[in-house]
Design a protein around this ligand. Structure first.
Ligand code: G4P
Length: 539
């Protein structure tokens, strides 16, 4: 932080305070294929940090009481998590920022935005299922972003695959070398505890109140463990040694470089192995570090405040229908009320209403440091990807949009509510709920909504009705494929069947095609047309 009114001594004191705070931060997201236990683990982590007294009351989705992460009605009805927000808690001498992500693939754009805001990901694998479709896609997204991954084999209390089989699958399919930090004692379905390979001890767990409370934990030396568990212990020791020998002993640089993944075993539902995950984050996950700007130059964490918006969400508080922009702090100290500049518009605004938001819980934030997430309430001018700063300007890299695969024309059901209809569509587009395309043919009355997954349309319909009182009709278009193109392509494709060019709100022209054959035909007949695949595929 620098300011002309501060003495050099005070300035250096503040700089070292910010650097020290950044070093204490661990900012991560839990990601997984749906049903691997992401929500259950989130609750268990919060329970361990003593944020909440009882984890989820019951872990069943249907009868789960108010959980800390699921909040919207649709989420409740469907038992999925659509929105994301951040949970902050202290653990040991660190500050943990846990960012929630939606589990369903239809909302993978949202997950991707969250992954842009974290420094590490905890990837959950269901012990009975191994690597599933979305697990693989998420591994891929993390790899593209160079994001280090901690892998957790969850549901070890249930019969499932063999541990060594899982290690082979991870190595072969993700290309990452698993580096066990803990190893399960007892086969899947007979989860007794873990070997803490770093501290060289046996951690034995006992069930407590069906997982609603922290599991009972006892620590044993290897000799005591051998006496207590007999061959179950020696089998676990042999297996762990085999993996360490054939892969590598824990190496923090390999982890941070995204070449190897620390691996742990857990039962989120029983709260087994959860403390060990927190310890792994504290001991090994990267702290908040300098973030590169669009030109690749890293802005030091001690530089004046900067951050970027990774998520915008309205209607989080049904009573207030407010609009929250979530900002990942990249450098400096955020102080509530400070005046920041929005890079895209050059406008300044005061951050009077700064909050920490997780589920329905909100707390006013007075200060935040690199790695933290600040929710700015009613900062309605902010859009996903916007950079914010004080003093020296900075622009962080844009968060890329995904390639849409579903397209529907939206029309207001009630012509007298056209204004509300337009306002709603614009708002949902700014929030990143949906992409919006326009064509001269249909005009502004009938924008084309473009989605990565069809459930996004349901969210739009629901929000338009309840948040904007603007009922609308949707009409499906036959397209399933989009390519970036030029304005001129519009004329070429105008008379072709199965293709059309539309303008996206960000100024990009998108050529839409019914299917791969329609695209191939155009590529063959018009080899000079610019038709570029859109970078980020659905995760
Ligand atoms: P998600 O957010 O990744 O989608 O998963 P979620 O936490 O909602 O968990 C999905 C189901 O798996 C839940 O069961 C949950 O209780 C269960 N589960 C999570 N972690 C564990 C674990 O470590 N061990 C066991 N045995 N179960 C776990 P549910 O909603 O009641 O549905 P189901 O049990 O009928 O599938």
């Amino acid at each position: 932080m620098s300011s002309s009114v501060l003495s050099p001594a005070r300035e250096s004191e503040i700089n070292s305070e910010i650097t020290g705070q950044a070093r204490r931060r661990r900012t991560f997201a839990v990601i997984s294929h749906p049903d691997a236990g992401k929500s259950t683990l989130t609750e268990a982590l919060a329970l361990h940090a003593k944020v909440i007294g009882t984890a989820g009351a019951t872990n069943g989705k249907a009868n789960r009481r108010e959980t800390v992460s699921d909040w919207q009605q649709m989420e409740k009805d469907r038992g999925i998590s659509i929105s994301s927000a951040a949970l902050q808690f202290s653990y040991r001498d660190t500050v943990i920022n846990l960012l929630d992500t939606p589990g369903h693939a239809d909302f993978s754009e949202d997950t991707y935005r969250v992954l842009a805001a974290v420094d590490c990901a905890v990837m959950l694998i269901d012990a009975a299922k191994g690597l599933e479709t979305q697990t693989m896609k998420l591994f891929e997204v993390c790899k593209q972003r160079g994001l280090p991954i901690i892998t957790v084999v969850n549901k070890w209390d249930r019969p499932g695959l063999e541990a060594l089989e899982l290690m082979d699958e991870i190595t072969e399919r993700t290309g990452l070398l698993p580096m066990p930090l803990t190893w399960a004692v007892g086969i899947s379905g007979d989860f007794r505890g873990v070997i803490d390979l770093q501290r060289e001890r046996y951690v034995r767990f006992t069930r407590n109140n069906a997982g609603a409370q922290i599991a009972g934990t006892e620590y044993f030396t290897p000799e005591e463990a051998a006496a207590a568990e007999g061959p179950t212990w020696t089998d676990a020791v042999d297996e762990a040694a085999l993996v360490v020998e054939s892969n590598l002993a824990f190496d923090v640089d390999e982890f941070h470089a995204g070449r190897a993944t620390p691996l742990l075993f857990s039962s989120a539902a029983l709260n087994f192995g959860v403390k060990e995950i927190l310890d792994a984050l504290v001991d090994h996950a990267p702290p908040a570090a300098p973030r590169p700007d669009v030109d690749g130059a890293a802005r030091s964490v001690a530089a004046p405040f900067s951050g970027f918006v990774f998520k915008v969400q309205a209607g989080m508080n049904q009573a207030h229908r407010d609009h929250v922009a979530f900002i990942r702090v990249c450098s400096g100290m955020f102080e509530r009320g400070m005046v920041v500049t929005q890079g895209r518009t050059g406008k300044s605004f005061a951050t009077k209403y700064a909050q920490q938001v997780f589920g329905r819980e909100r707390e006013v934030i007075d200060q935040a440091f690199p790695g933290d997430v600040v929710g700015l309430v009613n900062a309605s001018a902010l859009r996903v990807g916007d950079s914010l700063f004080v003093e020296e300007p900075v622009e962080f890299p844009a968060i890329p949009l995904f390639a849409p695969e579903h397209f529907q024309v939206a029309r207001s059901k009630d012509p007298s509510r056209y204004k509300q209809f337009r306002r709603g569509i614009d708002q949902l587009e700014h929030e990143g709920v949906i992409q919006v395309l326009r064509s001269d043919l249909r005009g502004d009355q009938a924008p084309v909504l473009a989605a990565v997954g069809p459930m996004q349309f349901e969210v739009v319909e629901d929000r338009m009705l309840h948040d904007f009182n603007a009922p609308m009709r949707l009409e499906r278009l036959p397209y399933s494929l989009a390519r970036l193109t030029t304005a001129e392509a519009g004329a070429t494709l105008a008379n072709l069947h199965g293709a059309e060019v539309l303008l996206r709100t960000d100024g990009e022209f998108l050529a839409l095609f019914n299917d791969i054959w329609a695209l191939r035909r155009v590529e063959k007949n018009h080899p000079d047309l610019r038709l570029v695949p859109i970078g980020t595929a659905r995760a």
